[in-house]
Design a protein around this ligand. Structure first.
Ligand code: SAM
Length: 234
C-alpha cells in the first residue's frame, strides 16, 4: 500500500476529489491510504500562527519553518521504517511529467506539503524537502489543487486501481503508447450529426485497428506536441 500524508492549511478542500471515482475506490481497496494533517495543529504559539511577514519587507505572508518542520517530524514518527519522500508543491519545482508520476507511484510513503500565501521560509525547504514539484508554469493560490493533481495521477497508476475497464498503459504519455498522445476515440451510435465513426473501428480486424490507432497517435502528437517526437524512433 502507498501511504500519502498531506500537510495543508485547508484539509476540507480535499473532501470532494478524494471521495469519488478512482481515488476513493483505490483507498477503499487499500491500494492507497491518504491522511490529511492540518498545519495549524503544529503551530507553537497561542494563536496557532503559521505565517508571518517576510524579512526585508514586501507583500504577502510567509509560512513559518517551525510548524512545517514539526508536521514533518510528526508524520515521520507515525511512518517509522517507511522514510517518507517529502514533496513540496511549488511553481518553482520541476514540471511534473508522466515519467516522474510513474516513479513516485513506486514509493511506499509520500509526504506532500502544500504551500500558501507568498511563499515558505527557505530554511524549511533546505532542511526537510526532498523534491519540489510544479504542475505547470502558472501560479495557483495554494498547493492543495496541485497535491490533488499529483495524488490522482499517481493513484491511477497503482496496480489494480483502474480495474479492467481502463488501462493506464494506453493513455497519452504512457509506455504502452511510446509516450505519444492518444488518438481519437468513439462510442455508439456509429453516426452523430452526419459524422461517421471511421470504418476501420467497425471492421472487427484487431490488427488493423491497432495499426490505425498507432497512426492516429503519431498524427495527433505531430500536430499538437511535435516536441514529444523529437527522440522517437519512428
Ligand atoms: N510567490 C510564489 C512564487 O512566486 O513562486 C507563489 C506562491 S503561490 C501563491 C502559493 C502556493 O501555491 C505555493 O507555495 C505552492 O505550494 C502552490 N502553487 C502555486 N502554483 C503552483 C504550481 N504551478 N505548481 C505547484 N504548486 C503551486
Amino acid at each position: 500500500m502507498l501511504h500519502i500524508d498531506i500537510v495543508t492549511l485547508f484539509p476540507e478542500m480535499f473532501a470532494g476529489p478524494f471521495s469519488a471515482s478512482i481515488v476513493a475506490r483505490a483507498a477503499a481497496a487499500d491500494l492507497v491510504q491518504i491522511e490529511l494533517h492540518q498545519l495549524r495543529d503544529f503551530a507553537h504559539d497561542r494563536h496557532n500562527r503559521v505565517d508571518d511577514e517576510p524579512f526585508g519587507g514586501g507583500p504577502g505572508m510567509v509560512l513559518k519553518a517551525q510548524p512545517l518542520l514539526k508536521a514533518i517530524e510528526h508524520v515521520r514518527a507515525t511512518r517509522t521504517g517507511l522514510d517518507p519522500h517529502v514533496v513540496l508543491l511549488s511553481p518553482q519545482g520541476k514540471k511534473l511529467t508522466h515519467t516522474r508520476v510513474a516513479e513516485l507511484s513506486k514509493e511506499r510513503s509520500l509526504l506532500l506539503v502544500c504551500g500558501h500565501y507568498e511563499g515558505i521560509d527557505q530554511r524549511f525547504i533546505d532542511l526537510a524537502v526532498d523534491e519540489e514539484v510544479s504542475i505547470g508554469d502558472y501560479v495557483l493560490t495554494g498547493g492543495e489543487i496541485p497535491a490533488m493533481v499529483l495524488v490522482d495521477a499517481i493513484t491511477r497508476l497503482l496496480p489494480g486501481a483502474l480495474g479492467d475497464e481502463q488501462s493506464a498503459e494506453l493513455d497519452s504519455f504512457a509506455p504502452g503508447l511510446d509516450a505519444l498522445l492518444q488518438g481519437p476515440v468513439y462510442t455508439r451510435p456509429p453516426e452523430v450529426a452526419g459524422m461517421q465513426v471511421p470504418d476501420v473501428l467497425l471492421s472487427g480486424d484487431h490488427a488493423q485497428i491497432e495499426r490505425w490507432r498507432r497512426e492516429q497517435a503519431v498524427l495527433r502528437t505531430r500536430e499538437r506536441r511535435p516536441e514529444l517526437l523529437e527522440d522517437w524512433p519512428e
